[in-house]
Design a protein. Structure first.
Length: 156
């Protein structure tokens, strides 16, 4: 039985016509064996900052392939081998209307077809992100056997 897990929180904060910028935080949760529920550690219930994220535009209307952010919600996330990138990367599982949603590096909207780009830096003037943070996300996930829970929210 596992007694801790990693919870990734992505809060989308900047909504533009061609991209969405967010902040990724990671929280460590533990199993309260008395109540049989998962709880965040008292010192970091929302998690600590790991990196910035970029996705396509959040749309209210119909999904446009390669140009629509995934729906806000909670998903399982695993690390497995990506045929496209030829290396292990985080994969979001069971995203409605999407398949192959990964967390990987990139700087601009053209670097994502619906995946979450992860980077250590954000330039607020140009709204690009830079400094690939994927290996840091994987490092945290590997603490929990290569899996996590990810929750994506829109801050508006």
């Amino acid at each position: 039985m596992k007694f801790k897990r990693i919870h990734i929180n992505v809060e989308r904060q900047i909504f533009l016509d061609d991209r969405t910028i967010g902040v990724m935080k990671i929280a460590h949760e533990y199993l309260d064996t008395d109540l049989k529920t998962w709880r965040a550690h008292e010192y970091d219930p929302q998690g600590h900052f790991v990196c910035y994220t970029m996705e396509p535009t959040v749309r209210k209307g119909p999904k446009i392939p390669g140009k629509t952010a995934i729906p806000a919600g909670t998903y399982d996330c695993i690390v497995n081998f990506s045929k496209r990138f030829q290396k292990p990367l985080p994969l979001l599982v069971n995203v409605p209307g999407f398949s192959g949603v990964r967390i990987h590096g990139g700087n601009r909207p053209e670097n994502t077809q619906g995946c979450l780009l992860a980077a250590f830096n954000h330039d607020p003037k140009s709204n690009v992100i830079f400094g690939n943070a994927t290996s840091k996300v994987i490092e945290y996930m590997m603490e929990d056997y290569g899996e996590a829970i990810i929750t994506i929210t829109n801050k508006r």
